[in-house]
Design a protein around this ligand. Structure first.
Ligand code: SF4
Ligand code: F3S
Ligand code: FES
Length: 252
């Protein structure tokens, strides 16, 4: 027979926002086994929370060996890009309710870079390509006594590509990059674009020559995966097209 106490417990359970979601995580520890495998975790969670919150619950309460990168937890540092339900996303910007949590939610490392442990990949090839395109302002002589002036229209020219947080979601979603990893990749081109079209910069020609390489901008097949993957909403493919056009016309 139901008692007032049981009624209260059931009513609270019915109004609780919590669900039990299954997180199917790709695990890999080269010190233990040569092969990666899937492991399921049942997590009590509010669907309004993010995948990063679920990963924290798993690491802090269930399995401290789970390994992943994160820092800011607010979409700024770019360190927690991962493949969630088969798509590159930032764990800290992905709400569980948007992932059909009645089915297992898969979480894997991004593709195209060597997995070091669980969700952590070796980012060095990605950052090498970034360094190769000279991602800094080059300006010789005419040192201004105050700031270097630029019109609003000139600043607007490269506004979109200033938003990059170097998360690698674009590059690691590109099928050309998966094939051999030699392609500079969309993130490096985005960061070259940011300076090529900056009216204050003097090394645009040099950067265009770097991207004219056999592993440069011409390897892009305009598949748009990069644009779909970018958590900052950067029009990555458009930026790549602009660099290609600048190479053809040498006007920027
Ligand atoms: Fe990440 Fe977008 Fe930058 Fe690519 S362009 S690294 S997806 S922020
Ligand atoms: Fe790759 Fe993006 Fe080009 S996904 S092929 S860099 S449009
Ligand atoms: Fe910094 Fe997600 S933890 S972007």
């Amino acid at each position: 027979m139901a008692t007032p106490v049981m009624d209260k417990v059931e009513a609270e359970a019915a109004s609780s926002p919590y669900i039990t979601a299954t997180f199917r995580i790709r695990r890999f520890n080269p010190e233990v086994a040569a092969e990666a495998y899937w492991e399921d975790f049942q997590v009590e969670i509010d669907p309004k929370e993010r995948v990063l919150d679920a990963l924290h619950k798993i690491k802090w309460d269930m399995d401290g060996t789970l390994t992943f990168r994160r820092s800011c937890a607010h979409g700024i540092c770019g360190s927690d890009a991962m493949r969630i339900n088969g798509r590159n996303r930032l764990a800290c910007k992905t709400l569980i309710k948007d992932l059909a949590p009645e089915k297992p939610i898969t979480v894997e490392p991004i593709k195209g870079l060597t997995v070091q442990k669980d969700l952590i990949v070796d980012m060095e090839p990605f950052f090498q390509a970034y360094r190769d395109v000279m991602p800094f302002l080059v300006s010789h002589g005419n040192e201004p006594t105050r700031e270097r002036l630029q019109s609003a229209a000139d600043r607007e020219r490269f506004d979109d590509t200033t938003k990059c947080i170097l998360c690698a979601a674009c590059t690691s979603s590109c099928p050309v990059y998966w094939n051999d990893g030699q392609y500079f990749g969309p993130a490096a081109i985005v960061n070259a674009h940011r300076f090529i079209f900056d009216s204050r910069d003097e090394a645009g020609e040099q950067r265009l020559e770097i991207l004219n390489d056999k592993d440069g901008v011409w390897r892009c097949r305009t598949t748009f995966n990069c644009t779909d993957a970018c958590p900052r909403g950067i029009e990555v493919t458009k930026a790549i097209q602009e660099v290609k056009r600048a190479l053809i016309t040498r006007r920027f």
